[in-house]
Design a protein around this ligand. Structure first.
Ligand code: PHE
Length: 345
């Protein structure tokens, strides 16, 4: 009995020491402690065996067990200190190695495309003048792109803009946002004031100032007694607002568009110079709008009584406005995925 218990004491001491030595962390050491020194651990089990011994044997083995306990506690505490210290050292090293000057690569965040930004600004301006926003399909019929706009079949004005015809008879990609005019007149009660930005397509060669797809916007205002002066006041107001210059003047030249009569082209004073610069090509003026009073044939086609009502319409390129505002030299950049360009806005 006594021999077996003494053997167990020696063995327990050895395994405990090995296990403690192998513990790599405070957590692992805690497992070892519970297994040997815990309430149901190996030491308690040995103490229980002591009860079965004779009084003499107890006198011999009792102190040996107490010694074992003290020894185990020492070994345990020593290891605990050692582990705590290396944990602390590691943390200190971390703090020392922490480089406050190090910069982390920023996560890429998205932004609004410059088109979206300009369109929102334009919409705000026209909404503030009482307009509503309208849009129309980009895939159109010849009827809305031409006929309703006083451009009958075989009219030479059909060639004014190079059209992308589809493989479906009389279907095309709209060449201008003027297509929205008839859609709106057919569905909206008079008087009406709409602003319609959107994509348009032209089958032509691209260069720094031409693209096969770009953004236009159309304005249409129909009421009783609408005159050229209403058009000019509206154009001046909106150009001043978009270029953020309330002293900007406009200039009017005659222009031909089949759907307006009279037709005009409206230029704005160059917002960047007084004596000619590269943006206005040294002319001090920037050509911006095609416009005019809505042609009586256009009103008639959409079922509006041209004796009672009149209106004005204007159209312009959103790309062009953005290019002037931000000094962008190549229209093709808008549709490119050039991040360096896009990130500027
Ligand atoms: N639709 C014409 C163009 O694309 C612009 C325009 C619109 C002219 C409205 C007059 C009136 O060139």
């Amino acid at each position: 009995m006594i021999k077996s218990l003494q053997n167990q004491i020696t063995q327990t001491e050895q395994t405990f020491e090995t296990d403690v030595k192998n513990a790599q962390s405070i957590e692992q050491l805690e497992h070892v402690r519970v297994a040997f020194l815990g309430r149901h651990g190996k030491l308690t089990e040995l103490m229980k065996q002591l009860r079965g011994l004779s009084t003499d044997d107890k006198r011999v083995v009792g102190p040996q067990l107490n010694q074992l306990k003290t020894r185990m506690q020492e070994v345990y505490e020593q290891k605990e200190q050692q582990l705590l210290k290396s944990q602390q050292d590691e943390q200190n090293q971390h703090k020392k190695d922490f480089d406050v000057t190090l910069s982390r690569k920023q996560d890429v965040t998205g932004g609004l495309h410059v088109y979206t930004q300009i369109i929102r600004q334009l919409e705000d301006i026209f909404i503030s003048m009482g307009y509503s926003i309208a849009d129309g399909p980009e895939v159109e019929t010849g009827y809305y792109n031409f006929e309703t706009l006083n451009i009958p079949k075989d009219h030479p004005a059909r060639d004014m803009q190079d059209t992308f015809w589809l493989n479906v008879p009389d279907m095309l990609l709209r060449t201008h946002t003027s297509t929205v005019q008839a859609h709106v007149m057919e569905t909206t009660q008079l008087p009406l004031a709409v602003f319609a930005p959107g994509r348009v397509y032209r089958n032509e060669a691209t260069d720094a100032s031409h693209n096969f797809m770009f953004m236009q916007a159309e304005g249409l205002f129909i009421d009783k007694n609408v005159s050229m002066s209403n058009l000019l006041a509206t154009a001046e107001q909106f150009l001043q607002a978009i270029f953020e210059r309330d002293d900007l003047s406009i200039r009017v030249r005659p222009g031909y568009f089949p759907f307006v009569e009279p037709g005009v082209e409206i230029d704005a004073e160059c917002p960047f110079c007084t004596d000619g610069c590269s943006i206005c090509k040294k002319t001090k003026w920037i050509e911006l709008l095609g416009a005019g009073l809505v042609h009586p044939n256009v009103l008639k086609t959409s079922g509006i009584d041209q004796e009672k009502y009149s209106g004005f319409a204007f159209g312009f390129g959103i790309d062009r406005i953005a290019m002037i505002k931000h000094n962008i030299r190549d229209i093709r950049l808008f549709q490119s995925s050039n991040l360096e360009f896009l990130k500027q806005f």
